[in-house]
Ligand binder design. Structure first.
Ligand code: GMT
Length: 375
C-alpha cells in the first residue's frame, strides 16, 4: 500500500478533537505514513518521538496595528508552505472553524491539487453553527472540502439540520488507544485518596463548561451517597468550577467529593472507578465515555447527540433524559448495588470498545477515504 504524506491540523492544547487528531496521526505513522502536524503548539498527546512525525509551528505576527493577530492567515500560509515543500498528498483538518476554511485558502495559495479532509467534532456545528457570523463560513468549509467526516451519525444529522450543506458527510467514530486505556493496577490510589474499601467510586471527567451540566453530576452523587458509602472524583477544570464547588458545600459533600483538576494518565483513575457519569446537554460523541469503558467502567449518559451511539442502554450503561436526576440516580444506585449486573456491564463495555470502536478499524476507514480521494 502506498505511503502517504499527510498534514494534520487541530487544536493542540485542549479537548477531544485534538486528542483524536493526534492519536490518529500517531497510528498512521505507525503504519508507515509520513505525518506533518501544522499547529500553534506541539499537540499535547504527541508525547514521544516518531521518526516519521514532523511538527510545523504556526507563528502569528503580533504587529501593533493588528487589533486581532491574524492566526487564520498565518495557519493557511504555513499549510501552503508545508504542502509545497514536503509535497503533501492531503491535509486532514479537525474542527471546521477556522481549520477547514484555512485549508481551502492554503490549497489555492499552494497552487497544487492537494486533497482536503475535514472532520467535524461537535461544537463546531452544535454551538458555532448557530452563530450567524460563522454559519456561511462553516458551510463553505464543508462544501469545498474533498471529503467530510463527523464523529457520530447524530452529528452528521445535526450538520444537515443546522448548516444544510450540499455535501456527503460520512460517520467515522472516534477511538482510543487500547494499549493505554485498559484496566491497570492502580489500587494504591484508593488509599492515597482516602477512599475506604466499602466505598463506591463515581467519576466525571470534563472541561467543566455549562454544556457538561456538572451540577447534575453532583446532585446525582448526593442521591447515591445518601444510600451507600461513595466518593465522587471530579476531573478537569473550567468555567463552572466555582459554581460546582459552591453546590458541593451547600449539599454538605465536601468530604466525599475529590476535586482533581486536570489530569493525565486517566486510565489509573478509571481503574479505581465503578461508574462514570456524563450528563451533558450536548455531546457529539463523548470520548471520555469510551476511555472509561475501555477500562471496564460502565457509563450513565444523557440521550443527546452521539452518546447513545457510544453507550448501549441496558448493556454497557444507561442513557437518560437531560436533567432527569431522579431516573439517573435510580439507575446508578441499581447498577452499583447489583454486583452481577455491574460485572456484566463492565465486561460488555470492554468488548464494545474492542469491536465497534476498534482503533485499527477506524484508522483503516480514514486510510480508505484518503486512498479513494487520491485515486
Ligand atoms: O467536549 C468538549 O467541549 C471539547 C470538544 C472538542 O472540540 O474537543 O469535544 C468534542 O469533540 C470530541 C472529540 O470528537 C467529542 O468526543 C465530544 O463529544 C465533543 N464535544 C461536544 O460535542 C460538546
Amino acid at each position: 500500500m502506498k505511503k502517504l504524506k499527510i498534514g494534520i491540523t487541530c487544536y493542540p492544547t485542549v479537548g477531544g478533537s485534538g486528542v483524536v487528531a493526534t492519536e490518529l496521526g500517531k497510528l498512521l505513522a505507525e503504519k508507515g505514513h509520513e505525518i506533518h502536524f501544522i499547529t500553534s503548539s506541539i499537540p499535547f498527546r504527541l508525547n514521544k518521538i516518531y521518526h516519521n512525525i514532523y511538527y510545523h509551528q504556526v507563528e502569528v505576527n503580533q504587529y501593533s496595528v493588528f487589533q486581532f493577530p491574524p492566526y487564520d492567515i498565518a495557519l493557511a500560509s504555513k499549510m501552503a508552505e508545508v504542502a509545497n515543500r514536503e509535497k503533501l498528498d492531503l491535509l486532514h483538518v479537525h474542527y471546521a472553524i477556522p481549520h477547514a476554511v484555512c485549508a481551502i485558502l492554503a490549497k489555492q495559495m499552494a497552487g497544487r491539487d492537494i486533497k482536503i479532509v475535514t472532520t467535524l467534532h461537535g461544537t463546531d456545528i452544535t454551538v458555532l453553527g448557530y452563530d450567524p457570523s460563522l454559519t456561511d463560513a462553516i458551510k463553505f468549509g464543508i462544501e469545498k472540502s474533498d471529503a467530510v467526516t463527523a464523529v457520530s451519525s447524530a452529528l452528521v444529522q445535526q450538520t444537515y439540520e443546522v448548516i444544510n450543506p450540499d455535501k456527503q458527510i460520512e460517520t467515522v467514530y472516534n477511538f482510543i488507544d487500547d494499549r493505554v486505556y485498559q484496566k491497570t493496577d492502580s489500587n494504591h490510589l484508593r488509599a492515597e485518596f482516602g477512599i475506604r474499601e466499602d466505598e463506591k467510586v463515581i467519576i466525571h471527567v470534563s472541561n467543566f463548561r455549562g454544556v457538561k451540566r456538572v451540577q447534575d453530576v453532583v446532585k446525582t452523587f448526593a442521591n447515591i451517597s445518601a444510600v451507600m458509602p461513595a466518593k465522587l472524583l471530579l476531573v478537569g477544570d473550567g468555567p463552572e468550577m466555582t459554581i460546582v464547588c459552591k453546590l458541593v458545600r451547600q449539599l454538605g459533600l465536601e468530604d466525599q467529593v475529590i476535586f482533581l483538576g486536570k489530569q493525565e494518565n486517566l486510565e489509573e483513575l478509571y481503574s479505581i472507578s465503578d461508574l462514570m457519569l456524563l450528563l451533558s446537554e450536548k455531546e457529539s460523541f463523548g470520548l471520555v465515555a469510551l476511555e472509561a469503558m475501555a477500562c471496564g467502567v460502565p457509563v450513565i449518559g444523557t440521550n443527546v447527540g452521539g452518546i447513545p451511539e457510544v453507550i448501549e442502554d441496558g448493556k454497557t450503561g444507561y442513557t437518560c433524559n437531560v436533567g432527569d436526576i431522579g431516573d439517573i440516580s435510580d439507575k446508578a444506585i441499581r447498577l452499583l448495588n447489583d454486583g452481577a449486573l455491574h460485572q456484566q456491564f463492565s465486561q460488555q463495555s470492554e468488548v464494545t470498545v474492542k469491536t465497534k470502536f476498534k482503533a485499527e478499524q477506524i484508522v483503516e476507514q480514514y486510510e480508505m477515504l484518503y486512498f479513494k480521494l487520491l485515486k
